[in-house]
Design a protein around this ligand. Structure first.
Ligand code: 13P
Length: 337
């Protein structure tokens, strides 16, 4: 079949399929230095390179993590960094059978002409960066842009988000990196679940329109959607069954079955909520691999347990493994609490 993903088409399919394998998901540990600083501040630590290295060493070397985690998304610093014992972080992941990935966007800035919305930077020079990241061992990439429901979303913001994702995806594929396509629809707001559903239908329609227009090879991408839930400040909460019903409806109406994996973000849900919602979505067969790419919902307890103390490393790794295992079971639809 003719594709434009260039010489990497077969490899892209292979990478995407191994990430989307049964019982496995992604560990997002690609917090920018600013975001990582907030996480470290929450346990009273300074945002130094040594502290970021110590924490990320703990994550990548959790024994047996590769049973549940097939890919780890890194921030650029970590891709080039060694662990506290002097091994390359990417080598530790590869030994665990975890594929290294890289966050390639340059973050959000105000979108001029919009309703206080944002756009995501990073396309300038991207092709040379993705080529270098591949050389360094990365095999997939992430670009996170956001859509705000309370601020609109304006047609302009949705179009910009979709176009940026599509350009990034085409560029990543030409460097051999499987692009994770992530238009995060932020949880913030008082709106109900029907409004989230309506916005998600619009956003994903535009994303796939521009992905197709940019000749992106669907068999070689992964998606990172937000689940369809009520806004965080909405009084009416939704059960996991309801979240699953709405979210699966969205996928059925908008996502072609050629896309191998749908790796949800947790977006501020609690650890258990994120696991229960994932489990509910895997109660019936679907054409994709419906799984997780969580940061906070894998790391929250782990980070608190660690608290920056070397004597807590093992307990913190156990906390990470507990969440990873629970989500692995939820990916198989067999989580019982
Ligand atoms: P959360 O799971 O904490 O939302 O983070 C996932 C992520 O990587 C957002 O881009």
């Amino acid at each position: 079949l003719a594709v434009r993903a260039g010489s990497y088409a077969d490899e892209l399919v292979k990478t995407a399929k191994s990430i989307a394998s049964p019982g496995k998901g992604i560990m997002a540990m690609d917090e920018s230095n600013a975001t990582c600083g907030k996480r470290l501040a929450s346990i009273g630590l300074e945002n130094t390179e040594a502290n970021r290295q110590a924490y990320r060493t703990l994550l990548v070397s959790a024994p047996g993590l590769g049973q549940y985690i097939s890919g780890a998304i890194l921030f650029e610093e970590t891709l080039y960094q060694s662990t506290v014992d002097g091994k390359k972080m990417v080598d530790v992941l590869t030994e665990q059978n975890i594929i290294p990935g890289i966050k390639v966007d340059k973050g959000l800035v105000p979108l001029a002409g919009s309703n206080n919305e944002s756009w995501c930077q990073g396309l300038d020079g991207l092709a040379s960066r993705t080529a270098a990241y591949y050389q360094q061992g990365a095999r997939f990439a992430k670009w996170r842009t956001v859509v705000s429901i309370p601020n609109g979303p304006s047609a302009l913001a949705v179009k910009e988000a979709a176009w940026g994702l599509a350009r990034y995806a085409a560029i990543s594929q030409e460097s051999g990196l499987v692009p994770i396509v992530e238009p995060e629809i932020l949880l913030d707001g008082e709106h109900g679940i029907d409004r989230t559903f309506e916005v998600a239908l619009k956003v994903w329609a535009e994303v796939f329109f521009y992905l197709a227009e940019n000749n992106v090879f669907f068999e070689g991408i992964l998606l990172k959607p937000s689940m369809v839930t009520p806004g965080a400040e909405c009084k009416e909460r939704a059960t996991p069954e309801k979240v699953a019903e709405y979210t699966l409806n969205l996928l059925k109406r908008r996502i072609p079955p050629s896309v191998p994996g749908i790796m949800f973000l947790s977006g501020g849900q609690s650890e258990v909520e994120a696991t229960l919602n994932l489990n509910a979505m895997n109660q019936s067969p679907n054409p994709w691999h419906v799984s997780f790419s969580y940061a906070r919902a894998l790391q929250n307890t782990c980070l608190k347990t660690w608290g920056g103390r070397p004597e807590n490393v093992k307990a913190a790794q156990d906390a990470l493994l507990t969440r990873a295992k629970a989500n692995s079971i939820a990916q198989l639809g067999k989580y019982t609490g």
